[in-house]
Write a protein that binds this ligand. Structure first.
Ligand SMILES: [Zn+2]
Length: 413
């Protein structure tokens, strides 16, 4: 299988090529050739499919490194309550929020969860995302966590792109657990973690560190136990309150520290300068909930190299971020996290690919996986400038054309 893409503005790690053509072979990128000569060579090689970019932007497909896209039920009543002034943390304390989704997920079958997730993954693919991390976390018990992880694996098997599962074992404290919070933490570490380890060895473990959820000491206990079993770990930290989890996560060797809306300048700089931990910002939360955003500008200004370890992700979930659109996430990151358009594109492609452990995607070069998108536009700044209309013209996943829409352009491009 081969696809020829003619005359695109190609975003490469070394900078944009004004006019180049690309040939894929199998699931990968075979060659990139500039100018008229490149176009001629690709036409002579008679690829099975031909896509004419006509000067539009060809770039790596998006890697969404933080989602909760596996869920059942909805939280529309909670949204009504929030618009009447009830706070997110008050809803959580009253047994709503995450707990309402936990009840719906416990009631759903693995087949229902798989079908719901697969529907969302295919919508995300149409918006240019070919690699998606998906967390469990709406179980709060061993059986339901395993059910969610099996649903994520089943959806992954039917998805043309790539799904990376994460076991979010520390999402909330189950208020109905006999013996209270301490007993629930013990149960998660002594029962759920070993069961997840047996069925999904090496999977990343995650926790939500916040007032009313898991505290720093409880997270450290979970991550230390996970590390002993050979699991990497990530942590939700500093969404509403800076509790010291960022520093503790760095010290323990977290793969990423995610959210950071309340992150202190010192913590942001420490993550940016660490040799291996990524920061992840989730601006759709601020857009949907409360107008609070992590300081991406401070993070990047403290980063020592241009290949910054900052990812922007959707956080797709039924409560705080009802969108799986990476174009919306990075358009918001440019407006509210202080990123430039090119920084936002890197934070949606190269950085999250490295965060998830991939060296074969997130950039356009020969030998890389042919996960590619062509924008409707000839200037990549339109990707973050235009709002609410899909900027994606063509999606190619593992060398297969998934979607090829009309080359409609709009606005000042
Ligand atoms: Zn999250």
């Amino acid at each position: 299988v081969s696809v020829g893409i003619l005359n695109a503005r190609v975003l490469t790690p070394a900078g944009p090529l004004a006019r180049a053509s690309i040939l894929t072979a199998g699931t990968g990128i075979a060659s990139i050739m500039e100018g008229d000569a490149g176009e001629d060579m690709i036409l002579r090689s008679r690829p099975l499919a031909l896509v004419r970019a006509d000067g539009r932007v060809l770039m790596p497909a998006f890697v969404d490194a933080h989602t909760h896209a596996c869920w059942a039920g909805d939280r529309l009543d909670e949204w009504d309550a929030r618009r009447r002034g009830t706070s997110y943390l008050d809803i959580l304390k009253a047994g709503g929020g995450i707990m309402s989704t936990v009840r719906a997920v416990r009631a759903a079958s693995v087949e229902e969860l798989t079908a719901l997730l697969l529907g969302r993954l295919n919508l995300m693919l149409r918006e240019g995302t070919t690699t998606v991390e998906v967390k469990s976390g709406y179980g709060l018990d061993t059986a339901t966590e395993l059910k969610m992880l099996r649903a994520i694996a089943a959806a992954a098997a039917d998805f043309p792109g790539t799904v990376v599962p994460t076991a979010l074992l520390g999402h909330a404290i189950d208020p109905d657990f006999p013996g209270g919070a301490d007993a629930f933490i013990d149960y998660t570490i002594r029962d759920t973690l070993p069961a997840v380890h047996a069925a999904f060895p090496g999977i990343a473990i995650d926790a939500y560190c916040e007032r009313g959820a898991w505290n720093v000491g409880q997270c450290v206990r979970l991550f230390s136990a996970a590390k002993k079993l050979g699991h990497p770990f990530r942590v939700h930290a500093d969404q509403f309150t800076s509790l010291g989890m960022a520093a503790a996560g760095l010290e323990l060797g977290a793969t990423s520290i995610d959210h950071l809306e309340a992150g202190t300048p010192a913590d942001l700089a420490a993550i940016a300068r660490s040799p291996s931990t990524f920061g992840v910002m989730l601006p759709i939360c601020g857009l949907h909930m409360d107008g609070r955003y992590a300081d991406g500008r401070a993070f990047l200004d403290a980063s020592p190299s241009p290949a910054a370890r900052l990812a922007v992700a959707t956080n797709f979930n039924p409560g705080s971020a009802p969108s799986g659109s990476m174009p919306l996430a990075i358009a918001t990151a440019v407006r509210h996290n202080g990123l430039t358009p090119h920084e936002a594109i890197a934070a949606a492609t190269t950085a999250p690919a490295r965060l998830l452990g991939f060296t074969d995607r997130g950039a356009i070069a020969p030998g890389m996986r042919a996960d590619l998108i062509i924008l409707r536009h000839a200037d990549e700044r339109m990707l973050v400038y235009e709002l609410g209309l899909s900027p994606i013209g063509t999606v190619i996943c593992a060398g297969r054309v998934i979607f090829d829409g009309p080359a409609l352009q709009a606005g000042p491009s």
